[in-house]
Design a protein around this ligand. Structure first.
Ligand SMILES: Nc1ncnc2c1ncn2[C@@H]1O[C@H](COP(=O)(O)OP(=O)(O)OP(=O)(O)O)[C@@H](O)[C@H]1O
Length: 260
């Protein structure tokens, strides 16, 4: 761990797509830190820059300017094997549409990140079983994605994101394709993992219910962070935090600047 104890440092990150008349400035100087063990939510309207932000952290996009440090190391400068190691070992990614591989079983999908990196799968059985228990998918491990419900698929995908014990899990609208009940189950399980294993999770979401499981929420609008909510723990119930999130969202939708 670096001296500052910050896991992730996002510094003045800008991202411009296209040029001239087609230019879109998706991120206009975003700065924030993530501490180890945080469950951080990123909220904002459609087109506000949430996915772009997640993708520059995941190194799927290169920032136009600014820096992103993980454990003090500038990830934007990573190349070759260092970049592959960052993507493979340090990051777990959870997608809205699950992105499971159809012709692999649930177990094979979960183990895939380890297999790709030549890790001895036998030695990881214990980790697999723990995650399968947490996400309640023990009975589903030998099934193929086509045999699973959406909620089950996303819990398999969550186990895959966590199996390599990444430094940070990046989740892009992980409840976006789920019904209310399955969204709640997924967020409860992620929250349990975050609290028990002190995993660090960054989740982009439109959904105030999903966001209410987070310990802190950054609101992004037009490519800048303009508001932050922190759950007051201990003391504040999830319901009370949810109410505060909804209030900020309502003020923003109404164009009010009272929250700033
Ligand atoms: N590859 C791209 N080329 C050009 N413009 C892009 C590209 N990706 C995103 N943008 C633009 O950047 C801005 C931010 O997009 P982004 O996808 O990050 O928003 P978002 O907050 O994730 O939206 P949503 O909630 O709808 O997914 C938008 O104006 C979008 O049109």
């Amino acid at each position: 761990m670096n001296a500052s104890n910050k896991l992730l440092e996002v510094k003045e990150v800008r991202k411009v797509f296209g040029e001239g008349q087609n230019e879109t400035m998706a991120l206009k100087g975003v700065t924030f830190d993530v501490l180890p063990g945080e469950f951080l939510g990123i909220m904002g309207a459609s087109g506000s820059g949430k996915t772009t932000l997640l993708n520059v952290i995941a190194t799927m996009l290169k920032p136009t300017s600014g820096q992103i440090l993980l454990d003090g190391q500038n990830i934007s400068s990573f190349k070759g094997s260092q970049l592959a190691a960052y993507r493979g070992d340090q990051i777990g990614y959870l997608f809205q549409q699950f992105e499971l591989i159809d012709n692999l079983t649930a177990k094979e999908n979960i183990m895939l990140p380890l297999a790709i990196h030549g890790i001895n799968l036998k030695e990881q059985e214990q980790a697999l079983l723990q995650l399968a228990k947490l996400f309640d998918i023990e009975e589903l491990l030998n099934k193929f994605p086509s045999q699973l419900s959406g909620g089950q698929k996303q819990r398999v995908a969550a186990a895959r994101a966590l199996i390599s014990n990444p430094s940070i899990v990046l989740a892009d609208e992980p409840t976006g394709a789920l019904d209310t009940k399955n969204a709640k189950i997924l967020m409860e399980k992620l929250s349990e993992h975050n609290q028990q294993q002190e995993s660090t999770i960054l989740v982009v979401t439109h959904d105030a219910n999903a966001a209410s499981y987070c310990s802190r929420i950054l609101f992004i609008q037009d490519g800048v962070i303009f508001h932050e909510l922190r759950r007051n723990v201990p003391g504040e119930s999830q319901e009370a935090f949810y109410e505060r999130i909804v209030m900020v969202m309502a003020q923003l939708a109404g164009g009010s600047s009272n929250v700033l």
